[in-house]
Design a binder for this molecule. Structure first.
Ligand code: X5A
Ligand code: ZN
Length: 650
């Protein structure tokens, strides 16, 4: 698999600038590019990337999307004087020409195509191109909204043509609707276009009817245009994550793209004068992390908007850091989406239900209940518990989490896949997966015994188990000491190992441990309540009562399909996990319906955005053949910028 992250930046693209006074256009300044690059430099990210040079996009490439007339007009501006430039500019909504604009726009196109080539040829795994002018408002025959040529749209056509791609996903997280991109691919089922945007019921620029959620595409392209309009300003991290969990990710995974291109505007970030949103730079790390799980990691991030220089720079850095594989920082703040966001999410889901079966699995009516402002909080509390809920008792510091989960569980639908293949035999606990674990063999047995004694000693019946527990202690200690970010161990009894791991990690000082049990395992009672949240995904209903306060059991139904598991991961496990904000994640995989290598590794990858990527996996030996090659220890270390920042744009 390809490795490395490309970074494309050419100072020449800072020469395009506004020559006269225009209060609409004056935010699109050359410093957007130069200061973002400086920020990358100061975090030492530039030197960690593969430098790929920009080039000029050819006329032929530009004509993949634009009319000859548009190209000729743009070309003709190179030799114009200021007065003439101003006059041509006035033909468009929010655009300015400079004598260097044409050259810069060709570089912006070429830089984007260079990135596509670097990723598609396997020279790098992913990358980012810092370009000006931006592209997503640009249309076949018109400049618009600071955009001359539609860089991302040209890149998608180019990738289809040059590499024969049949499915490309464009994610437009810029705060404006990329109506230009929508028009270009409206009838094209090979390009799935997703855009969220400030809309305010058509009040916000570009104020188009076709930016609303009911514009789903035309003809053969029906279902391949997804608009998520934000009808209020102030959307934040939780709203963006909810949009990913409940709209973009289910459709994107079902679409299964061969390449993902991001129209990466950061005017959707906090402090931006255009967007007026509240999402912090860290959220872009999470968005990037999620998209890295698609298309075998082939991800091209292309700059669009972003007008608060500090916010823009931080967000660009978060994106590049994540592309490089650094651990993802924790997102802060309330994790429930606001009512207006929930309404938009429900509307777009309803509009797209006919086209995406992954949307049909999950019922988001429960989302309504999650809003902090919701009146459902009261009514839901008086409802009797369902059988899927285990004990929830309120205790002061966890009352909010309890409520969240209580409400969540009442409304979750969890259909389950039938068995497709049987699991294979046990490989033995001596078969460890990484060099980290080999250290375990050197661990003194009596030392392990001492660690285990007092709590689960009676359950540890043999040497094999003891050895596997030993490996676990070593890994956990390494995670705590931040020598490694994550680890994996095999065990003849995953549930036992996980229980010991949980207890040990709480003793090591972790305050909130998320534990995901997959498969049928004997749940070991624990006494570390209040410091962990356990989600058990099993086939058999758990008979024995657990003493744990935060324990949820999801049972797989008989007639379910394989995809149901992932709609549950996206629709339930991730939202709950993000709301819990764990500082360590433990995942235990035991005998289960066939999730397969890709299933388990995708679950692990998606959960890895939590707890600053600190994750410990225990795999039961008999499921090893399913998981061996997919679960790898990634030795990640990283630091995060302190966020003592002033997000006011004054
Ligand atoms: C690329 C981009 C915004 C245009 C705003 C015009 N364009 N009012 O963010
Ligand atoms: Zn924008």
């Amino acid at each position: 698999m390809a490795s490395g992250t490309a970074l494309i930046y050419d100072e020449e693209m800072t020469t395009h600038k506004l020559l006269w006074s225009d209060p609409i256009c004056d935010i699109e300044v050359p410093e957007r590019l130069s200061s973002s690059y400086e920020q990358l430099r100061s975090y030492h990210l530039v030197e960690r990337c593969v430098h790929v040079p920009a080039r000029e996009g050819s006329e032929e490439e530009i004509l993949l999307v634009h009319s000859l007339e548009h190209l000729e007009v743009a070309k003709s501006t190179q030799t114009m004087n200021e007065e003439e430039l101003k006059r041509v500019s006035e033909n468009y909504d929010a655009f300015f020409f400079h004598p260097s604009t044409y050259r810069c726009a060709r570089l912006a196109v070429g830089a984007t195509l260079q990135l596509v080539d670097a990723v598609m040829s396997g020279k790098v795994r992913n990358g980012m191109a810092l370009v000006r002018p931006p592209g997503h408002h640009s249309q076949r025959n018109a400049a618009n909204g600071f955009c001359l040529f539609n860089n991302v749209a040209i890149a998608a056509e180019y990738a289809k043509l040059k590499y024969g791609l049949q499915r490309i996903l464009i994610v437009d997280w810029d705060v404006h609707h990329g109506q230009g991109t929508q028009y270009i691919f409206e009838e094209d089922p090979s390009v799935l276009y997703f855009s969220w945007h400030r809309y305010e019921h058509q009040e916000f620029w570009p104020s188009l009817k076709e930016s609303d959620y009911d514009a789903v595409g035309l003809g053969k392209g029906k279902g391949f245009n997804i608009n998520l309009p934000w009808n209020k300003v102030g959307m934040g991290n939780s709203d963006y994550l909810a949009a990913f969990f409940h709209v973009l990710l289910p459709t994107a995974f079902e679409f299964d793209p061969e390449l993902v291109i991001v129209s990466s505007g950061y005017d959707s970030g906090i402090g931006d004068p255009e967007g007026q949103m509240n999402a912090t730079p860290e959220v872009f790390a999470h968005l990037t992390h999620f998209l890295m799980q698609l298309a075998n990691g082939k991800l091209c991030v292309i700059l669009e908007g972003g007008y608060h220089l500090k916010s823009l720079g931080e967000s660009v850095c978060m994106t590049v850091k994540t592309l490089l594989g650094d651990p993802v920082p924790q997102v802060s703040g309330e994790m429930a989406p606001c009512l207006s966001a929930v309404e938009s999410i429900q509307n777009v889901r309803a509009a797209h239900k006919p086209y995406w079966k992954w949307l049909a699995y999950e019922d988001t009516s429960f989302l309504q209940n999650l809003s902090t402002k919701s009146h459902f909080l009261k009514t839901a509390n008086s409802n009797p518990s369902t059988e899927h809920e285990s004990k929830i008792t309120n205790n002061n510091d966890t009352v909010k989490v309890d409520r969240f989960l209580e409400l969540h569980m009442k409304n979750i639908l969890f259909p389950v896949p039938p068995i497709k293949t049987a699991t294979t035999g046990c490989e033995g606990s001596e078969h460890f997966l990484s060099e980290h674990v080999q250290l375990v063999k050197e661990m003194d047995k009596t030392e392990v015994e001492a660690l285990v004694s007092g709590f689960y000693a009676d359950l540890v019946k043999d040497n094999k188990t003891l050895l596997s527990l030993g490996s676990m202690f070593v890994i956990l200690d390494k995670i705590l000491k931040k020598e490694v970010c994550n680890g994996i161990a095999t065990s003849p009894t995953a549930a036992l190992s996980a229980a010991v791991a949980l207890r040990h990690s709480v003793r090591l000082g972790f305050q909130r441990v998320l534990c995901v049990f997959v498969g049928d395992m004997q749940m070991i009672p624990n006494t570390e309540d209040g410091k962990m949240l356990i989600i058990n995904i099993c086939e058999k209903e758990q008979s024995g009562k657990t003493s744990c306060k935060h324990y949820f059991s999801l049972n797989w139904k008989e007639d379910a399909e394989g995809n149901d598991f992932f709609s549950a991961v996206l629709g339930f496990i991730l939202p709950v996990a993000y709301s819990y904000q764990p500082n360590l994640t433990v995942i235990a995989v035991g005998p289960n319906r066939n999730l397969g290598i890709s299933g388990i590794s995708l679950l692990v990858a998606l959960i890895q955005g939590l707890a600053e990527s600190r994750i410990f996996a225990v795999i039961e030996c008999c499921t090893l053949s399913h998981t061996t090659s997919s679960l790898q220890i990634i030795n990640q270390k990283g630091t995060y910028p302190s966020s003592e920042l002033d997000w006011d744009n004054t």
